[in-house]
Design a binder for this molecule. Structure first.
Ligand SMILES: [Zn+2]
Length: 167
């Protein structure tokens, strides 16, 4: 599977550690290697991104219409975040927890999609089940039954990757 978002940016998937990982990334000039500009998603994290897509769209529409300067900043899982701004478009990025400041900081690993590329990504959504049948049965982590209570949510390493720092 290699679905284009632009001439050198693609959605791809790999089966690794017994699960599907979806990659959104930029490839090198010869098109055969994935550059540092990429972010990978578990199916659960991908479902979360899809769940947030309406929210992302309305932010884009507000920015495009000059109604707001930005911004949207949401956790996708395991310190991966999506943010939307006029300057960077739809930025999909890995963050890391910095103990010194007790807060997260952006990593170089990630990819900033233009609004057009984000639109292409949404068009690609309906193609994915053909390659990854289980994607249709996967819901966002936060929607799972065991996340209905606080303990379930707080003990989830995907939703709360830095929770041990709260102890
Ligand atoms: Zn979770």
């Amino acid at each position: 599977m290699k679905i284009p978002l632009s001439p050198n940016r693609f959605i791809t998937c790999r089966f690794e550690n017994e699960q599907y990982m979806i990659y959104v990334g930029e490839y090198g000039p010869s098109g055969d290697y994935l550059s540092e500009r990429h972010l990978s998603f578990t199916l659960t994290q991908w479902a979360t991104l899809v769940m947030l897509s309406k929210c992302i769209d309305s932010t884009i529409s507000d920015i495009t219409n000059g109604l707001r300067a930005e911004t949207l900043f949401r956790h996708i899982g395991s310190n991966k975040h999506v943010s939307v701004s006029y300057k960077y478009g739809v930025d999909l990025r890995q963050f890391y927890f910095l103990y010194k400041i007790n807060d997260i900081r952006p990593n170089r690993k990630g990819i900033a999609l233009t609004f057009k590329q984000w639109h292409e990504l949404k068009l690609a959504l309906k193609l994915l089940p053909k390659y990854i049948p289980s994607i249709e049965d996967t819901s966002a982590c936060i929607l799972r039954d065991d996340h209905a209570n606080q303990i379930g949510y707080w003990s989830c390493r995907n939703c709360n990757p830095n929770s041990y720092s709260l102890v």
